[in-house]
Design a protein around this ligand. Structure first.
Ligand SMILES: [Zn+2]
Length: 448
C-alpha cells in the first residue's frame, strides 16, 4: 500500500510534557478530499481495552483519503493506566451534570466542546460490554440484560440532523458488519435504550449529551466474553462499516484480521526519551531496565508510538504503562546531557552507516563504532580490558553478555555515547532475525 507521508523520523506521535498529567489526546486524520467528519471516542471507562485499543489502532494504522476522522483514544486516561473502570467514578455518568470540583470536570467539559464542534457529523463511543445483547431473553449470557456485540442508539430519530435517522443507519451498519462475521453468536444487534422516555442512567451518558446537542451518536459494544484483540478487531469492523456508510475513504497498513490486530497491539510499544536521543523498542522488554540515563533535575520527557503509553514517576524508578498493561520499570541514573552530537558512524557487517542518536540499527554478524574523538563509547554488556571507549572494535552478538539486553531474548543492546561525564545519546543494535527496525511510522498531530 502506498503511504505518502511516512518517514522514520516521525515515528512518534504523542508527546507528553509531564507524564502524570492525565489529559486525553485528540488526533485528527485529515484528508485532501472534503467529506463528513467522524469522531471516535475510546476509553471513557478504563477497564474496556477493546475500545481504546481499537481507537489507538485507528490513529496509528489508518490513513484517511476522503473526509476526516477525529479520534480521542484515551478519554479517561488515568483510569486506563490505573486499570480501573473509573478512578473518580463512572465518567459516562457525568454528562448531564457534573460538580465543578469533580476531578474530571475539565476533561468532561473539553470532550463536550469537541462533541459540539460544528465540523463533527457523527460520534461513536466505543465500549466493551458483558455477554451478548439479544432483544429477547435466550440465557444468562444472551439477552436484553446484556450489552456485548450491540450497536446502541438512544432513540430512533433525531430530527433536523443530517445523519439523524439513527435506527435506519444502525440497521444498515449492523447488516454490513454482520455480513463479515461468520460466527452467528458474534453478530451485532441494535439496542435502543429509549433514553428520552425516562432512562435515568442513560440520560447521564456521553451519547445522550451528543443527541441533545443535535449530534448523531452511537455506542458500540464489543463483548467482554472475548479477549482484547478480538474486541478491538470487532470495533474496527464496525468503525469501517460507519466510514463506508459515510463515504469516508481510508487505507490501512494491516490486513484486518485477528492475528494482525493482536500483533500490532502487542508489539507497537516504542518509547523515545529526551528529544529522541534515546529510543527503546519494548517488544518483549525485560521487567526492568537498569542505569537508564535521565536528565538531572528535570521532569522526564518522552514520546511514544501510540497514545496509550504513559511513563509514571515512582520516585525511585519510572513505570512504563501501556493501556491496562505494565510494560517495564526504568531505573534511572542521572546525568547532565550534552547536545553536541546528532549521529555516530558505524561499520555494520562491513557497510559504513551514519546512525542518528535515538535510532536502531540491525546487525547480522558484527558492528564497529567508528572512532569518535572527544567522546566515549559504552556498549552496555561489553567490556574489553584497557579500553575506556569501546570504539574501533569489531563486536559480534556473542561478545555482549545477553543479560544486559533490553529484550528478554537477548538480542537488542544499547550503545551509549558520553562526552566526559555528560550523556549524549544512545543507539540500539539489534541482532534478531526479525529486526524491530521495520516499525510503522505515522504522522499524527495531537492538538492539545
Ligand atoms: Zn462502557
Amino acid at each position: 500500500m502506498l503511504r505518502l507521508f511516512l518517514c522514520t523520523a516521525s515515528l512518534f506521535l504523542s508527546v507528553f510534557a509531564h507524564a502524570q498529567q492525565w489529559d486525553f489526546t485528540l488526533h485528527k486524520h485529515k484528508s485532501a478530499e472534503p467529506g463528513p467528519t467522524l469522531l471516535v471516542i475510546g476509553g471513557i471507562q478504563g477497564d474496556e481495552p477493546g475500545g481504546f485499543n481499537a481507537a489507538s489502532l485507528l490513529i496509528t494504522d489508518y490513513v484517511i483519503q476522503r473526509g476526516e476522522v477525529w479520534v480521542v483514544p484515551n478519554l479517561n486516561f488515568e483510569s486506563i493506566i490505573k486499570r480501573s473502570r473509573g478512578v473518580h467514578g463512572d465518567m459516562n455518568r457525568k454528562f448531564k451534570g457534573i460538580r465543578q470540583n469533580d476531578p474530571e470536570f475539565q476533561l468532561v467539559e473539553k470532550i463536550k466542546s469537541i462533541i459540539k464542534d460544528k465540523q463533527v457529523d457523527i460520534i461513536l463511543n466505543l465500549h466493551d460490554g458483558s455477554g451478548f445483547y439479544r432483544p429477547k431473553y435466550v440465557d444468562k449470557l444472551h439477552g436484553p440484560q446484556r450489552w456485548g456485540q450491540s450497536l446502541i442508539i438512544d432513540q430512533a430519530q433525531l430530527a433536523g440532523v443530517t445523519y439523524g435517522r439513527l435506527d435506519t443507519i444502525a440497521s444498515v451498519i449492523t447488516q454490513q458488519a454482520n455480513l463479515r462475521i461468520k460466527n452467528k453468536e458474534h453478530r451485532y444487534h441494535i439496542k435502543n435504550t429509549q433514553t428520552r422516555r425516562g432512562n435515568v442512567e442513560m440520560e447521564k451518558t456521553l451519547t445522550y449529551y451528543a443527541i441533545q446537542n443535535g449530534k448523531a451518536a452511537f455506542g458500540i459494544e464489543a463483548s467482554k466474553s472475548f479477549g482484547t484483540h478480538y474486541r478491538a478487531y470487532y470495533h474496527l469492523q464496525m468503525i469501517e462499516s460507519f466510514m463506508q456508510y459515510l463515504g469516508i475513504e481510508f487505507e490501512r497498513d494491516l490486513e484486518l484480521n485477528i492475528n494482525n490486530v493482536k500483533n500490532r497491539i502487542d508489539n507497537n510499544i516504542k518509547l523515545a526519551l529526551y528529544e529522541k536521543k534515546m529510543f527503546f523498542d519494548m517488544r518483549n522488554v525485560r521487567d526492568r531496565l537498569r542505569y537508564v540515563p535521565m536528565k538531572k533535575g528535570e521532569p522526564i520527557n518522552f514520546s511514544a508510538s501510540n497514545p496509550l503509553i504513559a511513563v509514571l514517576d515512582n520516585k525511585r524508578y519510572y513505570n512504563v504503562r501501556y493501556g491496562n498493561r505494565s510494560v517495564t520499570k526504568l531505573l534511572p541514573q542521572y546525568f547532565d546531557f550534552d547536545s553536541s552530537l546528532d549521529s555516530i558512524s558505524l561499520l555494520v557487517d562491513g557497510v559504513k552507516k551514519e546512525v542518528k542518536l535515538g535510532d536502531i540499527v540491525s546487525v547480522d554478524k558484527r558492528f564497529v563504532v567508528n572512532r569518535l574523538d572527544g567522546y566515549r563509547v559504552n556498549i552496555i554488556g561489553y567490556t574489553k580490558k584497557g579500553y575506556k571507549s569501546e570504539h574501533g572494535l569489531p563486536i559480534s552478538h556473542r561478545d555482549i553478555k545477553p543479560k544486559f539486553s533490553i529484550d528478554k531474548q537477548g538480542k537488542l543492546f544499547r550503545v551509549e555515547i558520553y562526552k566526559q561525564n555528560q550523556f549524549c545519546g544512545m543507539v540500539l543494535v539489534d541482532f534478531s532475525d526479525q529486526p524491530v527496525a521495520a516499525a510503522k511510522a505515522t504522522k499524527v498531530n495531537p492538538i492539545f
